[in-house]
Design a protein around this ligand. Structure first.
Ligand code: PRX
Length: 645
């Protein structure tokens, strides 16, 4: 793309020189750099030391005291921003609510008082299982206000997944809603929460938001209505000064084992990093209207709906609904209605909307838009160009932000808040300030430009996870042992001759289905928990819209016949165990699976079968497996896949 001018003062820089110089300085004196960035926030007590680095454990802004809820609400109500819109919320049916910063402040305080009355103290865990309603960020901020730790569980997850996460954190209180809506359908959240609570002895009380106005069971002494408790609550709760390294939240994400990882984020480092990275990437200003379409149950929602935007007193749009319901222009309608200036979504959503055709966005002006963003998975140049042309009308830069639950905030992204470098469709461009990224080979040596390798981060950064909840050993192993001394992201990347990074997807056994992160091992354990299945292998198959779709190969126990009915039941079972995001698209019943001698399933062979590719050179596998057996399994699978059985 040519370097060109954009409205609203954003111009592509022809040289990238200013940006590169800024970045170079930031990683030369990293601590000095973050020390200056941290001063953008309001602290109750300054830090004694910027960084204590005992690899691989980092403590940022040691001794500093702050409060995330204070930064997101109190700080703003002391200024003219008290009357500024904090949230525009809307649902599928068009019901809408608006919250000013003072209203948000008032409710956060009241709910903090509710939590206190429920005996929640500093360091206690509060779990949330809620639809995309304002009460969710309010609950998160109220939890942070009293120094408790929140753990939000995506409302699309099953009762069992919720129970597992609650049991892992030993949460005292669960905040949920009677129900939520998706494509006009009611999702009975409280019913699912009740199933979970039966399995989670740590939960003393549940607070329920009346979202759907439906009849639900309320257990006396355990369950409380949110609105009734608010009425009885105090109107002010002092924000507790929190040491920078006290955790703000735990968020579970998939890794390469069957057990999700509890990512622990700090308060100080996390807030500093997100506040700065958000400004760089989105150049947020007082007049911006910002809409991130993610669910708050994922890290994107935590950092890019709640903490970073609210710390900037941004005006947010929250929409509880899917992109194409009731019509494929629902999102474009919302952009015009609220005058959205910054729109941040996923490549899957773009590809899906692209399929409906350009006539849908053409019905709307979309003239308020200034900046577009994407996150969660690699964006293919075709989707990038469609987005750029049909939504941004060739005048809005696309900020492709690469990051992870673990990184806490944006790591690689264009930074129009500093200097907008020329964009290349499909590349997240350059590392953000303070981020020292490298692409290395299997041995950890930097690769030449144009060569695919592993993306690693060479220096700690304030947004990085502190550890895995109650599992520092796994933290070390998962992120710091593959390449000693550097953070292993699990992603493949290429750096081109301009230094631009192209993210190429996961190098490990983690899938990205419609941007949702799902571990193959989690899928496999869900599949084998079905009584008829003795062994299973899950792999990702490229999917035109979702990026990847789930394919399961399963071996049946003796006495079970591979029928369509069984296939359907297995699909339902996996869906029930994990949640609808984990629904397998294809299932194959097989007699054997290609394995290494140590019993590891050879996904590469399964992938070749699915993709209709040849088995490839097996000579390198000789140490690992019996070539003959693998070939046999391959031929068998090929026949099955061909027959579509
Ligand atoms: O593979 C990368 C992909 O999403 C993974 C992280 O997933 P999660 O922890 O769920 O967080 C997603 C939202 C921050 C990464 O390891 N990913 C994320 N953003 C991008 C991406 N892949 C390519 N381009 C991106 N912009």
């Amino acid at each position: 793309m040519e370097s060109s001018s954009l409205p609203f003062g954003k111009k592509f820089s022809p040289t990238t020189k200013k940006y590169r110089e800024f970045h170079r300085k930031s990683i030369t004196d990293t601590e000095g750099f973050w020390d200056r960035e941290a001063r953008r926030l309001e602290w109750f007590r300054p830090w004694d030391k910027v960084l204590e680095w005992e690899p691989p454990f980092a403590r940022w802004f040691v001794g500093g005291l702050l409060n995330a809820s204070y930064l997101c609400v109190d700080r703003h109500v002391k200024t003219w921003r008290r009357s500024k819109v904090a949230l525009y919320w809307e649902d599928e049916a068009g019901n809408a609510r608006t919250w000013s910063y003072s209203q948000l402040y008032a409710e956060v305080n009241r709910f903090a008082s509710v939590l206190r009355k429920l005996n929640v103290r500093k360091g206690d865990r509060v779990a949330m299982y809620m639809p995309l309603i304002p009460e969710l960020p309010i609950t998160m901020l109220a939890t942070a206000r009293i120094g408790a730790i929140h753990t939000v569980v995506f409302s699309g997850f099953s009762a069992q997944a919720l129970a597992d996460r609650i049991n892992s954190t030993q949460a005292k209180v669960l905040v949920t809603a009677d129900g939520g809506f998706r494509r006009g359908k009611l999702i009975p959240l409280k019913e699912k929460a009740d199933v979970a609570i039966e399995r989670t002895p740590s939960v003393e009380s549940a607070v329920v938001v009346n979202r759907a106005n439906i009849d639900i069971d309320m257990k006396d002494g355990r369950d409380f209505w949110y609105h009734e408790q608010l009425k009885k609550a105090e109107s002010y709760v002092e924000p507790l000064p929190i040491e920078s390294n006290d955790p703000l939240y735990i968020l579970y994400t998939s890794g390469t084992t069957g057990k999700p990882k509890g990512i622990v984020h700090s308060t100080g480092g996390y807030m500093v990093f997100n506040h700065s990275a958000y400004k760089w990437a989105f150049d947020i200003r007082d007049e911006s209207v910002y809409w991130c379409t993610a669910d708050i149950g994922w890290v994107t929602g935590h950092s890019s709906i709640v903490y970073a935007p609210l710390s900037h007193a941004a005006t947010l749009v929250l929409y509880e609904g899917t992109p194409d319901y009731p019509n494929p222009d629902r999102w474009w309608e919302i952009i015009d209605k609220y005058g959205v200036t910054i729109f941040y979504t996923s490549p899957t959503a773009i590809r899906m909307l692209m399929r409906y055709g350009e006539e849908w966005p053409k019905k709307h002006s979309l003239s308020s838009l200034e900046t577009l963003g994407t996150v969660g998975e690699p964006i293919n140049p075709e989707a990038w160009s469609w987005y750029y042309k049909n939504i941004g009308k060739e005048r809005c830069p696309i900020v492709d932000t690469w990051w992870q639950t673990e990184t806490g905030g944006f790591m690689i992204s264009p930074a129009p808040g500093i200097e907008l470098v020329p964009l290349k469709p499909g590349s997240a461009t350059l590392p953000l300030p303070g981020i020292d990224a490298e692409v290395v080979d299997e041995k950890g040596k930097p690769v030449l430009s144009g060569v695919k390798g592993h993306l690693v981060i060479k220096k700690p950064w304030p947004g990085m996870l502190m550890t895995l909840y109650q599992d520092p050993k796994r933290y070390k192993e998962a992120y710091w042992s593959r390449f000693p001394g550097v953070f292993y992201t699990g992603d493949y990347a290429i750096r081109d001759t301009d230094g631009y990074l192209w993210l190429l997807g996961r190098a490990d056994e983690v899938l990205k289905v419609a941007g949702h992160r799902i571990g193959t091992m989690e899928l496999e354990s869900a599949a084998v928990s079905y009584p008829a299945v003795s062994e299973a292998a899950a792999i990702g198959k490229p999917h035109e819209v979702k990026g990847e779709s789930i394919v399961v190969f399963a071996i049946l126990r003796k006495g079970h016949e591979p029928t369509d009915k069984l296939k359907k039941e297995l699909r339902e079972h996996v869906r029930k165990v994990i949640g609808p995001v984990a629904t397998p698209q294809e299932i194959y019943f097989v007699n054997s699976l290609p394995k290494t001698r140590s019993g590891k399933i050879m996904r590469r062979v399964l992938k070749s079968v699915l993709m209709g590719k040849s088995i490839g050179d097996l000579s390198t596998l000789e140490d690992e497996a019996s070539v003959k057996e693998v070939k046999k399994a391959y031929e068998e699978l090929k026949k099955l896949v061909k027959a579509g059985s």
